[in-house]
Design a protein around this ligand. Structure first.
Ligand code: ADP
Ligand code: MG
Length: 311
């Protein structure tokens, strides 16, 4: 549905995007995760045709944003980081205004009603936008993106500044959108993305550093596997024996009570070999468990590395 190819964007000397490529399938909910300044908004602004790229192409449902801007933009509903709301309009007037601006060709009243119902604004049509809470304003931004039923919905950090209850509601809304639309939504919060998306792309320093199904991400990010052992015997002997096991990279003491950490190549399963090795030297294993970084820790390490001191 969306194909992003070799996108590069320079702001003067700053290389904000460096050869970014990915595709999004129809009906997929893609999380676009990265720390502040990673290039998320820049990517989204290019996909939606708000700014141009330095090089590279974006195709949405077969049409290219630069070659056919009008046609392509009609396929996308966009909620930018700072949605352009008119504070002195009522919710309904604003949505009708955007309906006209987007030249939507659906029955106006019925469609605006439907969109307001979808985002939970049905009782707030007559309220002025400036009197709404931040969460309700965000819903108006959402509603605006849904006008015209575009097949693609792009949301730039839609939950920033919302309270936990509002965040849960917005997540639900995003999930429900995924049934009918292709969705890309960005955030700098890993837990938020992993709770909502089928697939996650991590961007840092203008480069994609991971692209994986949500439940496979920690495997993809892990540089090595780790086992944590507690043994009852000579740690020197145990270490020497463990280091002989094929696939084991490093053995370290991690405590004074017989604790060892065994790092091994990703994808290997060294548990049986560890058992046999310790049995050979008559060194009982009191405990063996999987160690290693949590997904959150892996994400922090990776993005810190990719940033490389850039502002
Ligand atoms: P994110 O949305 O992931 O926080 P952005 O895409 O907004 O990141 O920004 C990526 C990088 O490009 C940052 O270093 C930012 O300071 C820079 N940048 C963004 N917009 C502009 C601009 N209009 N002019 C100059 N630099 C910009
Ligand atoms: Mg941004």
């Amino acid at each position: 549905m969306i194909e992003v190819k070799n996108l590069t964007k320079r702001y003067g000397k700053l290389l904000a995007l460096d050869d970014v490529s990915f595709t999004v399938d129809t009906g997929e909910v893609l999380g676009f995760l990265g720390p502040n300044g990673a290039g998320k908004s820049t990517t989204m602004n290019i996909i939606t045709g708000y700014i141009s790229s330095t090089s590279g192409t974006v195709t949405v449902d077969g049409s290219e944003i630069l070659a056919q801007p009008k046609q392509t933009k009609q396929k996308i509903g966009y909620l930018p980081e700072l949605p352009p709301l008119y504070a002195d309009m009522t919710v309904r007037k604003y949505l009708e205004f955007m309906f006209d601006l987007k030249r939507v060709r659906l029955p106006k009243q019925a469609h605006v009603d439907e969109v307001m119902r979808l985002v939970g604004l049905e009782k707030h049509g007559k309220r002025l936008i400036k009197n709404l809470s931040k969460g309700y304003r965000q819903r108006v931004g959402f509603a605006q993106a849904l006008l015209g039923n575009p097949p693609v919905i792009i949301l730039d950090e839609p939950t920033v500044g919302l309270d936990p209850q509002q965040i849960i509601e917005i997540r639900k809304l995003i999930k429900s959108l995924g049934k009918k639309h292709t969705v890309i939504f960005s955030s700098h919060v890993l837990s938020e993305i992993s709770a909502t998306c089928d697939r996650i792309i991590i961007i840092a320093g203008g480069k994609i550093i991971a692209d994986a199904k949500t439940d496979e991400l920690s495997q993809v990010l892990a540089q090595e596997g780790q086992l944590l052992l507690t043994v009852d015997g000579s740690l020197a002997d145990a270490t020497a024996e463990l280091q002989k096991i094929p696939g084991v990279l490093k053995v370290k003491r991690t405590g004074t009570q017989g604790q060892l950490s065994v790092e091994f190549k990703p994808g290997e399963d060294v548990r049986r070999a560890v058992f046999s090795a310790m049995a050979r030297i008559d060194c009982p294993i009191l405990e063996m468990k999987a160690g290693g970084d949590s997904l959150e820790e892996l994400y922090l390490k990776l993005t810190a590395k990719a940033k490389g001191g850039k502002a």
